[in-house]
Design a protein around this ligand. Structure first.
Ligand code: G16
Ligand code: MG
Length: 594
C-alpha cells in the first residue's frame, strides 16, 4: 500500500536533525503546499547515471544531510557484507567546492567510522579522478566523491566507487539501494568525529604525489613540450581544477598556461556562467575573450569537478572552433592508436570503449586498423567496467570515451579525467604544430582516412516525468497501430527511411529476429536508437534519444556520415527540426530548448 503524504512527511520530521531542512518542511506544511511536498517526499532519490544527484533541499527525493547519512549507512553495511576485509581496507572520500560538499564528505566518513571502518578523507578540494585513483592505490573497499559535477549551483551529488575503483553498476547499485532502506535510522549527525577518531586518516598529499607520478607516465614528448611555443588559456569554470592543471603543466614540462582569472578560484556560486558546463553554449566565452587578449592558440577547459574536458582552437583568421566531445574523442583515439602502434605491440590486443551514444567514427577506425572496439550504455560507470572486462579477456584498454566530453587514459584510473585529457591534448597539439598542422587540420586528415562523421547533440528540458513518459509512449506507437507485444515506431525521418530501431527501455532490437532482444542491457530510463538512410544509401544517420540520469532533460545524440560532407551538414538540422516538432512536440509539451 502506498504511504500517505502525511506519513512520509512525519517520518521526515521524526528523524531529520538539520534545523534548516526541518524548517523547510514545516513551512511547506503550514502553507499547505501539498504539491511541493508530494514532489519532494513521494519517492526516494535513486542511483542514476552517476550516483545520487539532485537539488539541495529537504525531502526524500532531494540531496540533504539526512539522505547523505542514510546513503552512507546503507553503503557501509553493504560493503561490510560484500567486500573482504572492508573495515580495514576502508573508504576513500573526496569532495568538491559546492555548498555542503565538505560537510557531506565528513558525514559520510562519520557513518563509516561509527561502524569501525577506516576513512581516508581527502583534505581540501579534490578533483573527482583522485577518488578512484585513491581507491586503487590504497586498495580501499569503496570510494565516495561528493560533487554534482557541472550541474547548476543548487545541486549536489554522491558518486560511489566499488572496490575495483570503478563507479558502481548492477547488482551493487540495487544492493546498496536495498541496504540503504534497511539502515534508515540515522546513527550520527556529528561530523566532528573526523578530527578526533583514529580511524580517520589523511593521505591526501601522498595520493596527489602518486597521481601526478602516474600522470607523468602519459607524457611522451617532454623535450618538445619544453620548446613548444603553442600557448594555452585554461578555465576551471569556478571549480577545483586550476591547481591540478597548473601542476600537470609542470609535470609535462610545458610553460605555464594563462588562467581565466574570473573563473580560476573555486566558487560555489559559479558567478560568470549560466551553467558551469563547458559543453553549454557560451560557457567558453570568457576563456575565448582571454585567449584573444593573450593571442593564445588553444583554450582548455575542465568542468567544475575536473573529470570532463573541452577545447577550442584559434583559426588562422582569428575566429574560434570549439571541438565537440566526439571530435576530441576521435583526436584522442588516433593519438593513443599512434602511440600503441609505435610500441610495436600487436593491434589485435588493443581495445577501446565508447558509449553507444558516442560517434561511430572510432568504430570505423577500429575496423580499418584492426583493433577491437566495444560500445556500452551511457555513463562512465559502464565504460570503466567494460574496460576492466576487456582487460580480463587479455586486451589492453588505454583509452575510452563518451561524447559528453569524458575521456579515460592509461590503466590506473578507469574513469574520465579532465586533467589527464588536458595534458594529452596539449601534447598532441604541440606535436601537430611542430609539423605544421593543428588539431583541426589533423581532424580533416582523419576524416579522409576513416570517413566523414558529424554529430549534432543537444537536449530538451522537461521537469515533468509524466510528460516525458507520454512523449516516449507516443514514439512507441507513432501510427496508433502498436499492439501489446509489438511497438510501432516512426518509419521515416527528414525524408530518410528508418532502417533499424533499438529500444533499450522495453528491450526491442529490430535487427535481431526472431527474439528481437538487444545485445546491450536495458537502460534505466527511456532510450531508443534509430538508424536511417537516404534512398541512394549514401548518407546515413544514427539518432538516439534518452532521458538523462543526472538532470531533468531528454537528450538526443545525432550523427550523420557519408562521403558527401555537405549532404551530411545540410541534413542534420532537418532531422533536429523533425525530432523537435513532430516527435517530441516540443511546443505543445512545453519543452525547453537551450
Ligand atoms: O556529470 P558527470 O561529469 O559526473 O558525468 C556523469 O553524467 C553524464 C551525463 O549523464 P546523463 O546523460 O545521464 O545526464 C554521463 O555521461 C557520465 O558518464 C557520468 O559520469
Ligand atoms: Mg564532472
Amino acid at each position: 500500500m502506498q504511504a500517505s503524504l502525511q506519513d512520509l512527511t512525519h517520518e521526515w520530521l521524526r528523524i531529520d536533525k538539520n534545523p534548516e531542512t526541518r524548517k523547510e518542511v514545516e513551512r511547506l506544511l503550514s502553507e499547505g503546499r501539498t504539491d511541493e511536498l508530494e514532489k519532494r517526499m513521494r519517492s526516494r532519490i535513486e542511483f542514476g547515471t552517476a550516483g545520487l544527484r539532485g537539488r539541495m533541499e529537504a525531502g526524500w527525493s532531494r540531496m540533504n544531510d539526512l539522505i547523505v547519512i542514510q546513503a552512507s549507512q546503507g553503503l557501509c553495511a553493504y560493503v561490510l557484507e560484500q567486500v573482504t576485509d572492508a573495515a580495514n581496507r576502508g573508504i576513500v572520500i573526496g569532495h568538491d567546492h559546492r555548498y555542503n560538499s565538505e560537510k557531506w564528505a565528513k558525514l559520510t566518513a562519520a557513518a563509516f567510522i561509527s561502524k569501525g571502518v577506516k576513512a581516508y578523507l581527502l583534505k581540501g578540494l579534490v578533483h573527482t579522478p583522485l577518488v578512484p585513483f585513491g581507491v586503487k592505490k590504497l586498495n580501499a573497499a569503496c570510494g565516495v566523491m561528493i560533487t554534482a559535477s557541472h550541474n547548476p549551483k543548487q545541486d549536489n551529488g554522491y558518486k560511489v566507487y566499488w572496490e575495483n575503483a570503478v563507479q558502481i553498476i548492477c547488482p551493487h547499485d540495487t544492493g546498496i539501494a536495498q541496504s540503504i532502506l534497511a539502515n534508515l535510522e540515522p546513527r550520527s549527525w556529528d561530523e566532528s568525529v573526523v578530527s578526533s577518531s583514529s580511524l580517520c586518516l589523511d593521505r591526501t598529499e601522498e595520493m596527489k604525489d602518486a597521481y601526478f607520478q602516474t600522470l607523468s607516465t602519459l607524457c611522451e614528448t617532454r623535450s618538445l613540450n619544453k620548446q613548444s611555443t603553442i600557448s594555452f588559456v585554461n578555465t576551471s569554470m569556478h571549480g577545483v581544477s586550476h591547481v591540478f592543471v597548473e601542476r600537470a603543466f609542470k609535470t609535462f614540462d610545458f610553460a605555464p598556461f594563462t588562467a581565466v582569472q574570473e573563473q580560476a578560484t573555486p566558487d560555489p556560486e559559479f558567478p560568470t556562467v549560466k551553467f558551469p558546463n563547458p559543453e553549454e553554449k557560451g560557457a567558453l566565452d570568457l576563456a575565448i575573450a582571454t585567449a584573444n587578449r593573450e593571442k593564445a592558440n588553444y583554450v582548455l577547459a575542465q568542468d567544475p569537478d575536473s573529470d570532463r574536458f573541452s577545447a577550442a582552437e584559434r583559426r588562422p583568421d582569428g575566429t574560434w572552433v570549439t571541438f565537440t566531445g566526439d571530435q576530441l574523442g576521435t583526436l584522442f583515439a588516433s593519438a593513443v592508436l599512434a602511440k600503441y602502434k609505435a610500441s610495436g605491440k600487436p593491434l589485435n590486443k588493443l581495445a577501446m570503449v565508447a558509449s553507444t551514444v558516442s560517434s561511430k567514427m572510432i568504430e570505423a577506425m577500429a575496423s580499418t586498423e584492426g583493433f577491437k572496439f566495444v560500445e556500452c550504455l551511457t555513463g562512465f560507470k559502464f565504460i570503466g567496467n567494460t574496460a576492466l572486462t576487456l582487460v580480463q579477456e587479455g586486451y589492453e584498454v588505454p583509452f575510452g570515451y563518451e561524447e559528453a566530453i569524458g575521456y579515460m587514459f592509461g590503466s590506473e584510473i578507469r574513469d574520465k579525467d579532465g586533467v589527464a585529457a588536458s595534458m594529452v591534448f596539449a601534447e598532441l597539439v604541440a606535436g601537430l604544430h611542430a609539423i605544421g598542422k593543428s588539431a583541426s587540420s589533423h581532424l580533416q586528415d582523419l576524416y579522409k582516412q576513416y570517413g566523414y562523421f558529424q554529430t549534432s547533440n543537444s537536449y530538451f528540458v522537461c521537469t515533468d516525468p509524466p510528460t516525458i513518459d507520454k512523449i516516449f509512449a507516443r514514439i512507441r506507437d507513432y501510427d496508433g497501430k502498436a499492439t501489446k507485444t509489438t511497438p510501432s515506431y516512426p518509419s521515416t525521418l527528414a525524408g530518410l527511411s528508418i532502417t533499424s530501431i533499438r529500444d533499450l527501455t522495453i528491450g526491442y532490437d529490430s535487427t535481431n529476429p526472431p527474439t528481437f532482444k538487444p545485445s546491450l542491457p536495458l537502460s534505466s530510463g527511456h532510450m531508443i536508437q534509430f538508424r536511417a538512410q537516404s534512398s541512394d544509401g549514401k548518407t546515413k544517420i544514427t539518432l538516439t534519444t534518452r532521458t538523462s540520469g543526472t538532470e531533468p532533460k531528454i537528450k538526443y545524440y545525432l550523427e550523420g556520415s557519408g562521403e558527401d560532407a555537405n549532404a551530411v551538414s545540410t541534413l542534420l538540422p532537418k532531422v533536429v527540426a523533425e525530432l523537435a516538432e513532430a516527435w517530441m512536440q516540443a511546443s505543445k509539451n512545453g519543452l525547453g530548448i537551450p
